[in-house]
Design a protein around this ligand. Sequence first.
Ligand code: NDP
Length: 246
Amino acid sequence: MKRLENKVALVTGGSRGIGAGIVKRLAAEGAKVAFTYAQSAQAAAEVLAVTEAAGSKAIAIVADNHSTDALPRAVEETVKTFGRIDILVNNAGMFSLNTIEDYSLQEYDDMMNVNVRAVFLASQAAARHMQAGSRIITIGSNMADRVSDSHGALYAMSKSALIGLNKGIARDLGPKGITVNLVQPGPIDTDMNPASAPHAEGLRSRMAIPKYGTPAQIAGLVAYLASEESGFMTGTALTMDGGYNI
Ligand code: NDP
């Protein structure tokens, strides 16, 4: 018996990077998985091919985090297709760099809408369907706790906001037997933060383990949080960053 047999998961931003790693891992643990993406249809099809080859049931849903109705719709589509939702992973996110003098109001709105409002909307829609034993897991960032460079104010703010949201939702849903946790990665090798980028050596030099992590490592922690074993853990923020913030 696999750990997540008979469970249904929805992962936002599952076409690439950390989200794709989470989709594959949850499917390998036996869950039926719906995932969203905004633009990368080809990448989404490749993730579906991998999960199907492994004998799992999966669907891909176009849902842009900028929209207010896309994620509630994705939750409804998940429930319609698979009959329930037990696990929500809020992973989709954006990153942009600027200084306080130069940020535009549009950048502020985009960052908050994609990285925070969408988490609120998806969690709200999912919570309305979830039963005892369900899980909400959100991907934040170690930049919520420490900003070690310039140009990251809005991203750090958006990820810090998730700490409060995570704790509050954990209080609301704890009495119903639903746990709510935040995973805060450090440098993970994805399109958003390639290990080969010019800035990467600077990041590695600040880490206790001086190398980038992988989507599969984050997915392993998410799979634990999604499983029954983590049932006494809620409202926490778990940092996995190779010791960047210590
Ligand atoms: P990538 O840019 O590699 O992948 C992002 C994923 O999210 C893609 O599947 C993309 O789909 C989707 N996505 C992006 N924007 C939207 C949107 N507006 N609506 C719906 N889906 C969207 O990012 P990572 O995998 O690196 O990041 C995943 C999460 O991890 C993010 O929340 C990020 O902030 C966080 N994180 C990443 C770190 C890193 O070092 N990589 C470190 C700390 C945190 P599509 O291509 O279709 O748009």
